[in-house]
Structures are given as structure tokens and as C-alpha cells.
Design a binder for this molecule. Structure first.
Ligand SMILES: NC(=O)c1ccc[n+]([C@@H]2O[C@H](COP(=O)([O-])OP(=O)(O)OC[C@H]3O[C@@H](n4cnc5c(N)ncnc54)[C@H](O)[C@@H]3O)[C@@H](O)[C@H]2O)c1
Length: 476
């Protein structure tokens, strides 16, 4: 990757103010697979200055001009999709077909949705004699995680472009290579100089400089609740808008009328997808108390059907988790689950049999988990499922909501009316009924400590807009 040690600022690849290198580690092999430059506040200053200058003209572009830009990007993105999938697979460990179809592919789905949304989006709305205008907020700082790198980047960049904002992106330093490739695509698409800027770096360096910068109007952050709090505090002095997409500990309620075999199996699969590294993973499975042991047996069987292997191995399997740090954290939490008295029914400590390198975690299921246990409360971010039991529908609702998080909830029932009734009681931004297909038009975001604001489709566009009321504009 020829630009790996550079940043994309003001329409050109430039050297960092001071070259500090960071190796990118392939989690399947624990070997370096690339390196990047780690930026500083000085690099952020340059990027923000470029974005501020570009905002003057980009904010005034027409819908048609921005649609043309997004469509050019789509063509390039489609052409480089395989390459992007391969890069993501290497940097964060997702098996190749999954990395191409979902990790890279989901970026394309967001891009298409943003284009479709922009085609008809209303930037003006008359209310009597007042005209309401929706205008781009300005320069947006974007800070993204490693677990779905292109999903997060595209869910921010596409609506920001659609609305006429300019931006400075800092992707995760753990999986930054896909973002460099994406910046190459933006350059080829002819994004005007300064509209899109990429500065690589870590949280305390570049992330904090973005959060505090007086030239940035809004920070759109996706990552842990821990870092989200720091970003909000850093942003407070400059009153910038802070959009946070944070962690989760989502409940999956299996109501008594459900087909238990199918619902438990799909629940395990949903929890372990992307090696358990999805913010909205259904990690707490609630089953009727009198069917707990049956559910545990099905879940153990479903977990042991999973194969684990390197990201480039053939076949359907789980890849490693992203880093030594994540591996160690997951091991610690599995140990805590055992120590606090949960029943380990599948997986457990250490790597899967026969694997002696790579950050591979055994697909793990705990049964007899109680709501006070650490594994029922903390986000694990690995392939680890907790099964809890409930006595009644009310009890299930109370237990599901008994968390500081509120990103997603999952309801399984043979009775759609009952599932909808329970959905209405969930304190979560997304509720999924009977394992539906992914929907790029559904709003995505959290209640409570899972964040604020919403992404995807028109909900995403709204986040990047300021609202201006011109009173006395004219007769309705
Ligand atoms: N709600 C969502 O949409 C969503 C989506 C994906 C991931 N997540 C969450 O992200 C987390 C996993 O990702 P991660 O480990 O990369 O999270 P992380 O918080 O460690 O890092 C996320 C980003 O924040 C940056 N960062 C870290 N400290 C910072 C600071 N002090 N100031 C500014 N930026 C800082 C990092 O460099 C990275 O770019 C999980 O908690 C997961 O639930 C949430």
C-alpha cells in the first residue's frame, strides 16, 4: 500500500508532521501485515484547516453535484470491492468471503442507500410563513472502530457528503488499511480538495485533538463507551455536537411459544458472527426457566458446530478476534464467568484444539447465568454467549432492560402480535423480530449508554444537518 505512511489532506497524500510508525498486526498469524504513520495534533490542524476552507464551497454545491460525486464513488467502490474485502480480512481477521460480502459489502449498501435518500431528501420545509432550512453542520470529525471498519466509515462519510459537510476521518489504528484504500477511492472519485481528509493515529493523540478542535463543528464517534465519554468531555468546551455510537449487551428473548431448536441455534449464530465482535450482538439469551436445560443443550450443540480458522482459510468458519488485548480481555471474562459460578456448556479458556498461534477464541456458551454476574453485564466482544432464564413475560422484559446499554434487542415468538408487544417495551434503539434480514433503511443507534443519535438512510443524513428557521419568509 503505497500511501500507508502518509495522510490524505487537502486533496493530496502528504507526509506526517513527524513520522511515527505503528505496525498493523494480522490477527490470524500475530505477524505484522502493514504499517501506518501515527499522526499528531499538528496533522489534525492541517486537515481541519483544509476542511474549513473546502466547506465554503462544498456546502453550496447542488444536490445533483453531490449525487454525481457519490455515484462516481459507488462505481469505484464496486470495482475495488474484492481488494477491500481482502484488506479488511487481513487487518481484522474476518474470513475472506464474509469480509468481501459483508465487511466490505455493507459499505456499498450504505452508499447506495445514501444516494437513494439524497435523491428525494427535503432540505427545505415550509411551516406557515416560516421556512425551515436544513443546512450542513460544517466540518465533521469522524472517529471509527476496527470491528466493522467500512460499515462505520461509510455510515458517516456518505451522509456527510450527501449533506455538503466536509470531514476529517480518524479510523481505528488497529484496522486502518481499509481506510487508506477508501481514501484512494475518494481521490479517484474526484472529491474536491479538503472535503475529505484522513489522518491516522491513536485515541489520545489524533482522536483527542479532533474532539477538542475549535475548527470542528461535530464529532461522529463509534467505539467503546469508555472512549465515547472521553470524546464528549473533550468536545464540551467547544459546544460541538457529539454523535455517539457505543457499546452494547443486547438481550435475545425467546418467548415460550417459540421453536426452541431453531431460535436457540440462530441466536448462537447471531452472537458468534464476526467472532462476536459486533456492538449489537445478541449476547444475553433469555429462555423460559422450565426450558433452560433444553436450550443450553441446543446452544452447546450449535456452538460446537462452529469451526475456527485463519481468515484466509477456505470454508465457512470463525476467524480470530482482532488483537492480543481483545483475546486477553475475553479470556479474563471467561475465567470470571467460571469463577462466579456460571455453567460452561461449550468452549472455555485457551485456543481451540490444534491452534497454537493467532488470537483464536473457542466458541463459548455459559448457562445458568444470573443477572448480577459480570458476563451478564459487561460487553465481552468475543464469541461468548450467556444463557439466562426468566419466569414470565414481565420478568423477561425487566431482565432484558436491566443493563446500562440500550443498543439492540431481539425477540423470538411464533406470535407476531406478542413479539410486537414485547418490542414496544424494550429500551433499545433497534429491535429485531424473528431474526429478520439486515435493513439499511432502519435507524441504527442506542438508548442509554449505547449512545445518542441515529445512523443509516435519512436518519443518518439528519445527524449532519443544522436547522435554520427563517421566520417571515413568505406566505404558505
Ligand atoms: N454502536 C455502534 O454503532 C458500534 C459499532 C461498532 C462498534 N461499537 C463499539 O466499539 C467498541 C469496539 O471498538 P474499539 O475497540 O475500536 O473501541 P475504542 O473505543 O477503543 O476505539 C474506537 C475509536 O476511538 C478512538 N479512541 C480511543 N480513545 C480515544 C480518545 N480518548 N479520544 C478520542 N478517540 C479515542 C480509537 O483510536 C478508535 O479510532 C465496542 O465497545 C463496540 O460495541 C459500537
Amino acid at each position: 500500500m503505497s500511501h500507508a505512511l502518509q495522510f490524505y489532506i487537502d486533496g493530496a497524500w502528504v507526509d506526517p508532521a513527524e513520522l511515527k510508525r505503528l505496525a498493523v498486526i494480522d490477527p490470524s498469524t500475530e505477524e505484522p501485515c502493514g504499517e501506518i504513520a501515527i499522526g499528531s495534533a499538528e496533522d489534525v490542524d492541517k486537515a481541519v484547516a483544509a476542511a474549513r476552507r473546502a466547506f465554503e464551497s462544498f456546502s453550496l454545491t447542488s444536490r445533483e453535484e453531490r449525487l454525481a460525486l457519490l455515484r462516481r464513488l459507488q462505481t469505484i467502490y464496486e470495482r475495488r470491492l474484492d481488494e477491500l474485502g481482502a484488506v479488511i480480512s487481513r487487518e481484522m481477521g474476518a474470513p475472506l468471503p464474509f469480509a468481501r460480502e459483508w465487511q466490505a459489502g455493507i459499505g456499498l449498501r450504505h452508499l447506495k442507500k445514501a444516494i437513494e435518500t439524497l435523491e428525494t431528501f427535503r432540505f427545505e420545509e415550509p411551516r406557515g410563513t416560516t421556512m425551515v432550512f436544513k443546512e450542513p453542520i460544517g466540518v465533521v470529525g469522524m472517529i471509527t472502530p476496527w470491528n466493522w471498519p467500512m460499515n462505520q466509515i461509510m455510515a458517516k462519510v456518505a451522509p456527510a457528503l450527501a449533506t455538503g459537510c466536509t470531514m476529517v476521518l480518524k479510523p481505528s489504528e488497529i484496522a486502518p488499511l481499509s481506510a487508506i484504500l477508501f481514501a484512494e477511492m475518494m481521490d479517484e472519485a474526484g472529491v474536491p480538495a479538503g472535503v475529505f481528509n484522513l489522518v491516522n493515529g491513536d485515541g489520545p493523540g489524533v482522536g483527542e485533538a479532533i474532539s477538542r478542535h475549535p475548527g470542528i463543528d461535530m464529532v461522529s464517534f463509534t467505539g467503546s463507551t469508555r472512549a465515547g465519554i472521553l470524546v464528549a468531555k473533550g468536545a464540551a468546551d467547544t459546544i460541538k455536537r457529539v454523535h455517539q455510537e457505543l457499546g452494547g449487551k443486547s438481550a435475545n428473548i425467546l418467548l415460550p411459544d417459540v421453536d426452541l431448536e431453531a431460535a436457540v441455534t440462530k441466536g448462537v449464530q447471531g452472537c458468534f458472527g464476526n467472532s462476536g465482535q459486533s456492538c449489537n450482538a445478541p449476547t444475553r439469551m433469555f429462555v423460559p426457566a422450565d426450558r433452560h436445560d433444553e436450550a443450553a443443550e441446543i446452544a452447546a450443540r450449535a456452538a460446537s458446530a462452529f469451526k475456527t480458522g485463519p481468515a484466509d482459510a477456505d470454508g465457512v468458519h470463525l476467524g480470530p478476534v482482532v488483537s492480543q488485548m481483545q483475546y486477553d480481555k475475553i479470556q479474563r471474562l471467561i475465567e470470571t464467568g467460571i469463577a462466579e459460578g456460571a455453567s460452561l456448556v461449550a468452549g472455555g479458556l485457551g485456543r481451540p484444539d490444534g491452534m497454537n498461534r493467532g488470537y483464536f477464541v473457542q466458541p463459548t456458551v455459559f448457562a445458568h447465568v444470573t443477572p448480577d454476574m459480570t458476563i451478564a453485564r459487561e460487553e465481552i466482544f468475543g464469541p461468548v454467549l450467556s444463557i439466562l432464564s426468566y419466569e414470565s413475560e414481565e420478568d423477561a422484559i425487566r431482565l432484558a432492560n436491566d443493563t446500562v446499554y440500550g443498543l439492540a434487542a431481539y425477540i423470538q415468538s411464533g406470535d407476531p402480535a406478542r413479539a410486537r408487544r414485547v418490542a414496544s417495551r424494550m429500551r433499545a434503539g433497534s429491535v429485531y423480530l424473528d431474526y429478520p434480514a439486515w435493513d439499511p433503511g432502519a435507524p441504527f443507534g442506542g438508548y442509554k449508554q449505547s449512545g445518542n443519535g441515529r445512523e443509516y438512510a435519512d436518519f443518518g443524513l439528519e445527524e449532519f444537518l443544522e436547522i435554520k428557521g427563517v421566520v417571515g419568509y413568505g406566505a404558505a
